[in-house]
Design a protein around this ligand. Sequence first.
Ligand code: KIV
Length: 280
Amino acid sequence: MASLPETSPVSVPALLAAKGRQRIAMLTAYDFPTAALLDAAGIDVLLVGDSLEMAVYGAESTLSATMDTMVRHARAVSRAAKRAIVVGDMPFLSYQAEPAEAVRNAGRFLSEGGCAAVKVEGGRRVLPAVEAILAADIPVMGHVGLTPQSYRKLGGFKVQGRDADSAREISEDAKALADAGCFALVLECVPSSLAAEITRSIPIPTIGIGAGAACDGQVLVFHDVVGLTPDLRPKFVRRYADLSSAITEAARSFVKDVRTGDYPSAEESFSDKAPLRRVY
Ligand code: KIV
């Protein structure tokens, strides 16, 4: 009972309609070539996550991500996406201070970044921003559970919702975001039982990361999936490739070939005799 289009672009209504019919596959993407590969491989949602700040820029948290950086990477990803829907992640301080500022920043992801939607971390406490963004006809994906922008308050990157009170808070947040009109909800690092209960109780797709198998979809950080973060092994990550080894091996071979003079060969060099030809 598939519902997501196979070749035509995935839309917000198509994602909503996928709930209970087809599981949604979402990965982060931050650049054009990677986004093109992920899109062609059938990834439904490309999230230009603020995890960019850690995965690409080497920061210790996502807090230093800025709108300008996020929009620039969003534009690169959107240029590559033919089928996948591209979601821009609202960085820290781009939506918390004033709803009007949140709308302007969310709008930049659409007008400059080419995204179809934005993602906002937090539950009822960010509802004024979420409602204002939605009122500007900008689709919003919610994000509750472990919200990395709150890691200082949470005391680190820890599983959330393990006790009854915090589980109830997360459920209430999820319901409030769905009632407000969010089209999907990321559930990060919560017990599987809580994710299952939330997935049953709200009409929008839940997309889990460290939230078990009952969610309507799954999201992971691309760099974790392909082994570009070898020192980071969260329990919920499944590694599908070991690009760290492949890249190290390729770079070592290049060093060796340069040192020995094996690279470049005559075929990889220009002759003054050959007819004029394009370099690229
Ligand atoms: O920034 C990010 O990559 C995210 C995902 C982990 C959901 O928010």
